[in-house]
Design a binder for this molecule. Sequence first.
Ligand code: KIV
Length: 306
Amino acid sequence: MSSAWTPTSTRSQGSLRLLCETYGDMSAKMTAPAIRSRKGGTKIAVITAYDAPSARIADRAGADIILVGDSLGNAVLGYDDTLSVTVDVMVRHTAAVTRTKPNALVVGDMPWLSYHLSTADSVRNAARFIVEGGAGAVKLEGGRKRLPMVEAILAAEIPVMGHLGLTPQSVHAMGGFKVQARLAEAACELVEDAHALAEAGVFAIVLEGIPDIVAREVTASIPVPTIGIGAGPDCDGQVLVFHDVLGLSAGTPPKFVRKYADLGDEASVAVARFFEDVRSGAFPSDAETYHMPEADAQEFLAERRV
Ligand code: KIV
């Protein structure tokens, strides 16, 4: 918990105390090995964040991992998919998150084509998330196909999180955002991919958009934590997109999303109230206005009158 944060009300102090009592000491900086050691233990709580305000909110709430996901493309930048997001953009947003000095482990999501061309290129791009972005780890999508890149990044001492199942960067290859590993053969392939990533040394694997039975089998058969999103309740942790959790996303969310607030609607009401006050003249009040010392005000007006 950042010491700079001062709760503004008794109620928030109480809620914060409750959070600390529930989740223990949240003041220690989370690391990839610490996440790795949580296999089978207390469930790992993960959320995306893309900027300083969302990172502060996530960290105060007790996130174990803040994922600067390339879902930034859909959630914030208005694209229909994640494919237009570049390393430059991801690194800039990762740095915005880490400048808030969260206790959560910050994982930077490597965008499409940043780890597909060569191992050297992949390590160079991963290193930008660490050096320029201040992240503690990177995430990349894919299994055995990406193993040489995963191994090269790990060999450069950068912790890697895997991502299997519905991998959004493969949207065209998958023929849309479709649940994966629905049939036995594909499910066995996914389990093999998970084993290969775990053996390579990833510290955790995101399982997205797969049947619960497949996630359960993967979780039971690998020694590193699985983090589910649309993968049922048996993973070692769960992740959701920040804007989906808070009701800030456009359109109908997928069925695995649980919305915990309707901040989009609340925000529109608040901004509409501001506009109403502007139009009625109720904003700004005298207390919201700067004044000159009386003598200077008189002198100024006298100067203007000559
Ligand atoms: O980009 C992202 O936010 C993700 C998570 C949804 C797992 O990859």
